[in-house]
Structures are given as C-alpha cells and as structure tokens.
Ligand binder design. Sequence first.
Ligand code: ZN
Length: 551
Amino acid sequence: MKADRIIKNAKIFTSDKDRPMASALAVKDGKFVYVGDEAGLSAYEGPTTDLGGKFIMPGIIDSHVHVTMPVGFEYADLGKQIQCQDKQELLKIMSEYIAEHPGEKRYKFLFDRRFLHGEEITKEDLDAICPDAELQIQEAECHSLWVNSKLLERHGITDDTPDPVPGLSYYVRKDGHVTGNIFEGSAEVPIMLDSAMDLTDEQIDTALQRWIDFSVDVGVCCVFDSGIPGYPQFHERVYQRLRALDLQGKLPVYIDGCYVIAAHWEAEEGLKELKRFRQEYNTEHLKIHTMKIFMDGTQTLHTAALVTPYADTGETGVTAFNVEELADLLRKLNEEGLDLHLHCGGEAASRVALDAVEIVKKELGDAYHVKVTCAHLITQHDDDLGRFAKLGVFANYTPNWHADDPAPLAPILGEERVRKMYRSKTVWDTGALVTWSSDSIAFLDFMQWNPYQGMEIGMTRQITEKTRHYPFKRTAEVLPPLNERMNIEEMLLGYTINGAIQLGIENQKGSIKAGKDADFLVFDNDLLTAEQEGFSYNSPKDVYFRGKKVK
Ligand SMILES: [Zn+2]
C-alpha cells in the first residue's frame, strides 16, 4: 500500500493498551494505517524517515481549559497590581493613582485579599476616593471583585437584584444592602468582561491565533473548552469565530465545546441553547455536546462546597444543584445524547454528582450513556474515592495545582483536610478514568497551560528552581500525601487516551493506532526516562495533526 509518510526506528508510546509500545508507523490520508514493528512495514511504500530511536507519543489532550473566556481577558486589562499591607494603604494608593490619571472612564486595580487581614472594602470606601468614574478591584485569585456605586449602576445592580446563584455566586449584602463585593463567576464575569462584545472579529481572531500557536508548539491537539460563567453571548461570539477559522482550514486543534448554566432554573433554557449550539457551530474540529456547571467555587473564598464544615466559619458552602435537580438534568441530557462537565472544588460538589449519577444509572440501566466529568477535585471525601470507578464518572485533575501551598488553607480547611488534597493516584488505582487539564482563564504568557509543567508537578507535587514556573510559585516541600505522586505513564495516558474517552472521541483520537487520526508528537529525548525535576522544559520537536506536520 502507498503511504503518505512512514516512520521507522522510533520509540513509540502508543497509549493503546493492546500494543503499548511500537517502533514503526505509516500514515495515509491523515490517519495511521499501520502501527507496529519494522517487519510489518514491508507492506507499505512511501517517504520514509528513520528517527534514530527518537520518542513519539500521541497528540496531547487537555481536558479542561477555557478557550472563550481568555479571549475576553486578552483585551480586558485587569488593572494595576497593588502590593501593600492593609486597607488604608490600599485606598491611599488608589486615590493617588486616580488623582494622577484624571478623566478615565474606569479605574482598575488588582489586589490580594490576604492583605485586608479580615477587613472589608465597601462601595462607600470606593465612592469616597472615586465618586465620578467607575472603579473595580479584581481579587488576585480572580474569584471576586469589589466595585463602586458607579459600576453597580452601570450594570443595574441594586439591593433588589437577585443573586445568580445564592450562596455561591452572589452580590455580598450587609443589612439587605449590596456592599459592592461580588463573588464568583456568574456574578463577576459579566462585569469584568463587559466591553468584550465590542471586540472586532480581527481582535478575537488575533487572540485565538496566539492560543492556537501556543497549542501547536507544545503539541496540544485537542481540548475541552469549559466556557464562561454568566456570559453566553460572548461565549457564542467566540464559537462563531472558531467555526469561521475551521471552515477556512485554520484550526489545527480539535475543540470540544460546552454551554454553561449556573443553576437548576437555567436548565431548560440551557438545554435548548446547547442543542442550538450543537446545530449551528459544529464543524470538523469544533464539537459542542456538553453542559457545563460550576457546582461550587473555591476553598479560599469559602464558596467550595464541603461535606464537613470549614474549620474557621463552621459552614459548608452550597452547590449550584442538589442531587434531585442534577438527577433531573441527567435524565434530560441522556434523552438528548448530551454530556455533563462539572467544576467540583470541594468534596460536597463531587458527592452530589456521584449521588445523582448513581440514582439515574440505577433507574435507566443500559439506556444510560451521559459522560459525567468532575473537574479539579481539590478535596474529596474518603468515602467517595472509590465511587468514580464504580459509577464511570471521570475524575479530571489540574496537576499544575498539585503543589499548592497548604499553609494559607490550613486555618480554612483544617490541618487534616489540607494534608489530603488532590488524591489522584488513589482514584487512579481504583480503576477510575483520570484525566488531566491545565484550567487557566487567561492566555497571558501561557505559563500554566504547559502540559509538561502539569506532568512534572503531577509526578513531583513540588515546584523547585528546576521547574519551568514563576519563582514565587516555588515550594519548600512536597505536597502531602506523598503517595499521590503519579508516574510518567499515568501522566501520558491521562493526557491522551483517557482525555479522548472523556470527550467521546476515543475511536478517532487519543492513541497511536491504525484507523485513528494521525495526531502525534516527536521528541528529541525520551519522556519515559526523562528526569522528573525539570520535566516542564520538554517540548516536541515535530507536531503532526491529522497527518499534517504543523510544527
Ligand atoms: Zn475551569
């Protein structure tokens, strides 16, 4: 048989459990037609490359990123970063900045909540230094925002405005009055990105192109886009552009997209919209079939939902859906052939998901086929670790986080719980499908998007001076539990075939196997034996997407 490309004398990690390693492959019409040893190549002819033992792996699948949200952030400057020790100093610095830069429509600052030492900033504080223009302070973790009265007015937010998700994503109130502090995505993102709809097609394409170039360069061939909370119009706008790019042959990355809803009262409309998105935007490399829900928030803001209460407040946080509401949604998704992806920060969020799946699976038996993914899983309850495998729920971790500094979280979560974060190895060993992702909401320098950084930290649970990361992120110790460190094969499988199964494209992608898309990466060095410390500096020499050399 005539092949378009033949490679021999390579060390091929296939991610195919029936043939984990191979030394030769042949590609025709964008697909692998042969994978095996060199003897089997005798049936093929075509341009042949002897790789001299170089390492090959399947294209990487990052199964929880945000593609559409960062396009908005690309042009929405988060503002001047302020480093100071307390609230009074913060107000003074902002006030001086405003005096030195008169006439701006909106003043933006970035500030780390820790330096408030428990004090609160109110809209009155901000109105006093900025009565005539809009003012916003983005919290450094990007899960909350402080705004003045002008900005509340512009968005029509009053004491009577309902919260997008009470207790999870909301306008903080004191004695019934909004304070100007705004928590979590659905409430804050529409304000943070409120000029994104003014972007031109060219601006959107330019931002997307930067992301595409990065993805191609590191060998990410496939992603799950987990959307924008509270801002479907802009999300759709970016899908329009992605569709246009794909129709022009300019999208060498496969994107599995979503539609985001915030709470159960949005489910009906959300289903309609998700089906419309699937109808209108699906192209060869853009497929939309998944509902995305932020089930909870983040531990540091006490918006992550816990089974046992927070150590400091005694509260547990809330989930966007309860078990019955989620079970109801699962029945409808099942009927429509759609899937579900959930942000699950705390252990109660994943428990609600597991409970709902258990109910609906029991009810529907073989007729059940919704793929459910719980993402992040910062903390998980001991009793739930084995349930992912049993129920076929995907456990999606963000290994770049697996070296988080536990010290600031200890007073919030309690000593015991911070010593048991990110238990991916235990869940892997139960036989669950574990997938890896980088989850970042802004492109910036793409530091946290690097899958090799994810692999290094997933294996070491530490960030050292050898890690490709910001110096301030370095950690003194390995994050416990030590036995949650993964090995390289597990990192590679979670970034390839397991991701493909999560996205429902395992017949096309995720492993180097005859009949599948020829997405593969060539490295100068062998990833299977590479040093773990400094692994983050790896990068493919050549990248092939559907048989075409794109790097
Ligand atoms: Zn995310």
